[in-house]
Design a protein around this ligand. Structure first.
Ligand code: BG6
Ligand code: MG
Length: 215
């Protein structure tokens, strides 16, 4: 491909916050009297906060008013932020900073494409905000992945056509979002989950630009 831009999901790709989301959502479920598994949690990756809550409540057979839902979502976010606020630049996943710097040197543009409203805070905490040419997150988008909105907007801000963009994602919904936006997608994680990805990497420690251009 004629690689001109890389678009990155945040949680579970650049930082290990996917685990924090799981912990905080489980705490919410437990307080409401039920539990859910890591396997079920895969279905929450890439999904917005309120949509995640709806899915979890459905698993527990719990029905709440809109006001109660907002209160629980706020509580969950507070627990999540307690974990996020302990993060430092050491929490950027291995190889990520080098890879972003290599892209910059190679003249390839970078954008964040995350469903999270906490993305700006997380990027600042781990000190990688200035390595992105564009940041698109849950504060500018209204449709959750697998809708392509977040990536389409990212490509537009960068001024790069979709077929010259490559997305990095740890979520099945995110891979689908990239494809629906006309972009190729590299899965970061396990082949068992990311069955639709165009390529798979375990992380960023040994990714070569050359091999990505072959996609
Ligand atoms: C995505 C995560 O990146 O952001 C989801 O994969 C999360 O698990 C979503 O629900 C929204 O995040 P936040 O930080 O706005 O609650
Ligand atoms: Mg993710």
């Amino acid at each position: 491909m004629n690689l001109k831009a890389c678009l990155f999901d945040l949680d579970g790709v650049l930082v290990d916050t996917a685990v924090f989301h799981f912990q905080a959502w489980r705490r919410l479920a437990n307080e409401l009297g039920f539990d859910f598994t890591e396997h079920q949690n895969e279905q929450l990756k890439g999904i917005s906060r309120m949509e995640s809550l709806d899915r979890i409540l459905a698993w527990g057979g719990v029905s709440l008013t809109e006001g109660e839902k907002l209160a629980w979502a706020t509580r969950k976010n507070g627990w999540y932020l307690e974990l996020v606020n302990q993060m430092t630049p050491a929490d950027v996943l291995p190889g990520v900073r080098d890879f972003l710097e290599n892209l910059r040197e190679a003249g390839i543009k970078t954008a964040l494409g995350s469903a999270s409203k906490n993305a700006p805070l997380i990027l600042e905490r781990v000190g990688i905000a200035d390595l992105f040419d564009a940041i698109v997150d849950g504060n500018q988008t209204s449709r959750s992945k697998p809708d392509p909105e977040v990536f389409v907007l990212g490509a537009k801000v960068l001024g790069v056509p979709p077929d010259e963009c490559l997305v990095f994602e740890d979520a099945l919904a995110g891979i689908e979002a990239a494809h629906r936006g006309g972009m190729k997608a590299v899965g970061v994680g396990s082949a068992a989950v990311l069955t639709e990805a165009d390529a798979l990497i375990p992380g960023f420690t040994s990714v070569s630009l050359q091999s990505l251009r072959l996609l």
